[in-house]
Every structure is written in structure tokens, then in C-alpha cells.
Ligand binder design. Sequence first.
Ligand code: HEM
Ligand code: HEM
Length: 183
Amino acid sequence: MSDRVRGFGKASICLHWAVALGIVGMIAFGMVIGAMPSGPGKTAWIQIHKSFGVLVGALALVRLFWRLGQGFPGPAGPTSRTEARAARATHIALLVLTVVMPLSGMLKSVTYARPVEVFGVPVLPQLLAEKHVACNEFASWVHATCGWLLAGLIVVHVCGALKHHLRDRDPTLRRMLWPLPVR
Ligand code: HEM
Ligand code: HEM
């Protein structure tokens, strides 16, 4: 289950792909509802976005603590120090942003004087009597800016994985698809 010096165990691989799928879906979902005109239809979609967002956020938090406990395995192939540092910085930023997104989303709801529920199950009650405009604008700015930043980093990250697989022909992508045998 746990990671080894050469690669990732089953738990890391499952968490990586579950959070990756959830985050990419949530970014697309958020951008679609962000572009919708205000109205009851949009409000209903926002409820669904919030519910899935809290669930994906919980998974991202588990994954962050799992990575903190396991540390990162070393590079899978010959890599320059600069490239290894850039990859590490990108991975850390991805881990942090996957947690900042649901937290800023929850702050957006709280400062809008709305409760947070997961498909009707209460997670946070309504904490404010009315909307706090300045705090809500800040939370909205963080949520939207980090959403774009995360989308950009994911593109860089996927290009990096493809470069390792297609040009360097090292096991970087393969070791995130299934656990490598221990030699
Ligand atoms: C997995 C984490 C999440 C991701 C990747 C994500 C992504 C996004 C994106 C990209 C947008 C569009 C940008 C914008 O217009 O602000 C958005 C909007 C929004 N998100 Fe999230 N979100 C997540 C979780 C949450 C959570 C947990 C909540 C609340 C509990 C939430 C509440 C909202 C709200 C209220 C909007 C604004 C919709 C509008 O009024 O246009 N999000 N989200
Ligand atoms: C098609 C999409 C994706 C591909 C092909 C991919 C590929 C990979 C590969 C090959 C690694 C291992 C790097 C190494 O060996 O050092 C990795 C690690 C990682 N990826 Fe992705 N990834 C994708 C999507 C995502 C997304 C959407 C996120 C986050 C939002 C993400 C976050 C991470 C993180 C944080 C790591 C470090 C290891 C860990 O904590 O799981 N990846 N990815």
C-alpha cells in the first residue's frame, strides 16, 4: 500500500487519479456555472457544485496528509536538479491548491450568509446574518484565481508527464499507473 523509494503504492495511485478526476471535473463545472445567468437554475447547479466540492475537498485533504506522511519518491529517471526542483514545486502547489479550492469555496458560501450542505446533509450552518461584501469578494477572488492557477498548473503537469513518457522514455508515467515491482 505505502510508497517505496522507486515509486508509488496502490493508495497513492488511487488517490492521485480520484482527486485528479474530481478536480478537473470541478474546474469545468465551476467555469460552466460561473458563465450561467443568475436565476433559480443557476442556484440549483451551485448547490450540486458545493456538494461535490466538499466531497472532492475531503478526498484532497486525505491525499495531502497521506503525501505528508509518505514524502515524495525520488525521480523515476535521470533528471537535472532544476527539473527535479520544478517538478517538486509543481506537485506541492497542486497538493496545496486542491485544498485551497474547497476551503475558499466554503468561505465564499459562509460570507454570502449561506449554509454548506452535501446533498442536504449539513456541513456548516449559516454563520452570518447577512452577506459580508468585502470578505465575500476576497473569497470569490481566491476561488476564481486559484481555479485558473490550478488549471494552468495541471496543463504544465500533464505536459511534463507526457514529456517523460514520450521523449525521455522513463517510467515516470508508468509508475503512476500501476505499482512498479520491487527489485
Ligand atoms: C474541489 C474543489 C472546487 C473547485 C476545483 C471549484 C472550482 C470552481 C470554479 C473554477 C469556479 C468558477 C470561478 C468563479 O466564477 O468563481 C467556481 C465557482 C463557484 N464555486 Fe467552486 N470549486 C470547488 C469547490 C467549491 C466548494 C466546496 C464550494 C462551496 C461550498 C464552492 C462554491 C462555488 C461558488 C458559490 C461558485 C460561484 C458560482 C457563481 O456564482 O458564478 N466551490 N468553483
Ligand atoms: C491526465 C492527467 C494527469 C497525468 C497524466 C498525471 C501524471 C502524473 C504522474 C506521472 C505523476 C508522478 C510524477 C513522479 O513520478 O514524480 C504525478 C504525480 C502527481 N500528480 Fe498528476 N497527473 C495528472 C493529473 C493530475 C491532477 C489533475 C492533479 C491535481 C489536481 C495532479 C497532481 C499530482 C500530484 C500532487 C503528484 C505528486 C504525487 C502525489 O502526491 O500523488 N495530477 N501525476
